[in-house]
Design a binder for this molecule. Structure first.
Ligand code: SF4
Ligand code: SF4
Length: 359
């Protein structure tokens, strides 16, 4: 606890606030890519410390939010038509798909289990050997190694009823896409957990090709404020680079072992993101030699084309085009109790965070 308090030291926060104010730029727009950064900025009241010329946008760093409706629709069909046991993380249940949410599918008799790790999914498969168990594998580089591990484990232990609905995504290609359409962005707070896996170098294109800054940041108030200070300095000095502020967790080279296991099981494919569309080389699919674990392959289904809730602007929120209160449904038709889009559901979703902490 004392360690944490060091990162919340009030006098240091005040000093950083003053140092940030001194830059006194005409404008500065940054994006926090990771949903936990959004949460931390609001939870610790950091927005009130930002000068009036600094604007922040929330990016595509919430895995629940960026999973497109067709994946949710497929999962629903799997449990209702194919009678599989669908296992996934709790936040996914409330996300409205095109026609219903997984929670509604459960009420209609779908066998859906909430789990906390992919290991739980394997346990369920072992406990119900006569029933197919499909893990809806959402997430970024952070969760992909453990999903890959589960696939290898299932093969090793000859667990024949365990499948993955692969939906993992890769963060750097999404940042590239955002940079292409948001020339006014000045820099990024880069995600801490993803970076523990991929390290610093996959972000170099941000400064080398787009001439913007990026700081891999921790999640405590002093981490975030210091990272912003570094971004501002880059802008002021016109010297963009990629800096690792979160050295206590993120190594320069990331975690090569975790990447090796990912590479063994997954191949990189083009992937559809909510709000950002199809992004080249931004997703992970199981390699052909693991096809027997791929739910898309084992349970081929024709599902109707996906639909979005009319008026939901979640896609624009994720792409940094608008902030949540600019959505006309925000706080009216759409609330955490009655979400119309995933950004209002997840604990890492920008709309939900703005709503809970005051937009
Ligand atoms: S997995 Fe971690 S780094 Fe990635 S978006 Fe979530 S909190 Fe951020
Ligand atoms: S407030 Fe609700 S409807 Fe509007 S963008 Fe966010 S999730 Fe979608």
């Amino acid at each position: 606890m004392k360690y944490l308090l060091d990162f919340r030291d009030k006098s240091k926060v005040k000093a950083l606030k003053e140092a940030i104010e001194k830059f006194s730029l005409p404008s500065f727009v940054f994006m926090e890519v990771c949903g936990t950064h959004t949460w931390s900025i609001f939870h610790h009241g950091l927005r009130s410390l930002f000068p009036h010329w600094m604007k922040h946008l929330s990016g595509p760093g919430c895995p629940v939010c960026v999973t497109p409706n067709d994946v949710i629709d497929y999962a629903i069909e799997l449990t209702l038509k194919e009678k599989v046991i669908l296992v996934t993380f709790g936040d996914m249940l409330k996300v409205p798909g095109s026609y219903m949410s997984l929670r509604e599918a459960k009420a209609k008799g779908g066998k859906i289990r909430v789990i906390y790790s992919v290991e739980d999914a394997l346990k369920i498969a072992k406990n119900f050997p006569d029933q197919p168990v499909v893990f809806l594998g959402i997430g970024f580089e952070t969760t992909a190694p453990s999903i890959a591990w589960a696939v290898l484990k299932a093969r090793e232990e000859r667990i024949k009823n365990f499948y993955i609905l692969p939906a993992n995504k890769l963060i750097p290609p999404a940042i590239r896409e955002i940079l292409k359409s948001n020339p006014n962005l000045d820099g990024f707070l880069l995600p801490g957990h993803v970076s523990t896996i991929i390290g610093r170098t996959p972000y170099l294109f941000i400064s080398e090709e787009f001439h913007k800054g990026g700081v891999i940041s921790g999640f405590e108030p002093l981490d975030i404020l210091f990272s912003l200070y570094l971004l501002l300095k880059m802008k002021k000095d016109a010297s963009p680079s990629i800096v690792n502020q979160y050295k206590r967790s993120v190594k320069e080279e990331g975690n090569p072992k975790a990447r090796m296991i990912m590479k063994k099981v997954f191949r990189v494919v083009d992937s559809k993101w909510r709000g950002l569309g199809m992004i080249p080389a931004s997703g992970l699919d199981l390699k052909d030699e693991f096809r027997e674990f791929n739910a898309y392959h084992v349970f081929p289904l024709n599902i109707p084309p996906p639909q979005e809730y009319p008026g939901c602007r979640c896609g624009e929120v994720l792409a940094g085009k608008i902030v949540p209160p600019e959505c006309p449904l925000f706080g009216k038709a759409c609330t955490p109790e009655n979400p119309k889009g995933p950004c209002m559901v997840s604990v890492e979703g920008a709309c939900g965070i703005y709503y809970r902490y005051g937009g």
